[in-house]
Design a protein around this ligand. Structure first.
Ligand SMILES: C[S@@+](CC[C@H](N)C(=O)[O-])C[C@H]1O[C@@H](n2cnc3c(N)ncnc32)[C@H](O)[C@@H]1O
Ligand SMILES: Nc1nc2[nH]cc(C(=O)O)c2c(=O)[nH]1
Ligand code: SF4
Ligand SMILES: [Mg+2]
Length: 193
């Protein structure tokens, strides 16, 4: 759908330069989704992976973030192999709603109530990033935390439109439950993609 060089705004690698590759197609249906224009896979032309990687190489950063849409609706083996061949670290942003493909240096798993995650993701994820829309989402977040690898990083990220209400509650929650960390969408504060 699009690709752009920017600063990772969320989660563990927040603040680091990265080349984002956003793939079209998602049927999870989050009503608050940031990128609803990604949902219709047919609306976005297919792009050659050689061309994607060639574009990525024009920038100095060597961290690639594959996102969408739901990137795991596509088989990502060939794209990851090519990125690795060209010296990129491969990171993914996923809801986990589809089986894992590709070879990943970093998996950010952001589960959604609207479509259950696939079981394979729990053992593989390096980062759990739960979006907090209302107060009941903290208990929901804990049910996922209990299923993750012990060394999986845990992040709570306010849903953007609910930030002013939820952020103070997230702050108190993290102070009381320090296994969790706050993740903000800092690219939105910086007005960058
Ligand atoms: C647009 S999604 C694409 C990747 C994948 N479909 C997913 O949901 O993880 C990228 C990240 O943005 C988060 N996100 C999307 N809309 C958001 C919003 N309105 N507020 C906060 N985070 C949001 C998602 O939870 C996910 O972690
Ligand atoms: N700067 C920036 N950081 C991001 N981290 C995750 C994003 C995404 O949409 O997957 C995203 C994004 O869209 N922009
Ligand atoms: S799973 Fe990700 S891309 Fe799909 S609707 Fe939800 S936030 Fe948007
Ligand atoms: Mg985004």
């Amino acid at each position: 759908m699009e690709a752009f060089y920017t600063i990772q705004g969320e989660g563990y690698y927040q603040g680091k330069a990265a080349y984002f590759i956003r793939l079209g197609g998602c049927d999870v249906g989050c009503h608050w989704c940031d990128v609803k224009e990604s949902w219709n896979m047919e609306a976005h032309p297919k792009v050659n992976i050689q061309d994607i990687v060639a574009q990525a190489k024009t920038y100095p950063g060597r961290m690639a973030v594959i996102t969408g849409g739901e990137p795991l609706m596509h088989n990502l083996d060939a794209l990851c192999n090519l990125l690795h061949e060209h010296g990129f670290q491969t990171n993914i942003e996923t809801s986990g709603a589809y089986p894992l493909s590709g070879s990943w240096d970093w998996i950010c798993f952001s589960p959604k109530k609207f479509k259950a995650p696939h079981s394979g993701i729990y053992a593989q994820a390096h980062e759990l990033k739960v979006i907090i829309y209302n107060k009941s989402d903290f208990a929901w977040a804990e049910t996922f935390a209990a299923s993750m690898n012990p060394d999986c990083k845990l992040f709570l990220q306010p849903e953007w439109s609910r930030s002013s209400e939820m952020l103070p509650i997230i702050i108190e929650y993290v102070k009381a439950n320090p296994r969790w960390e706050v993740s903000l969408q800092i690219h939105k504060y910086m007005n960058i993609p």
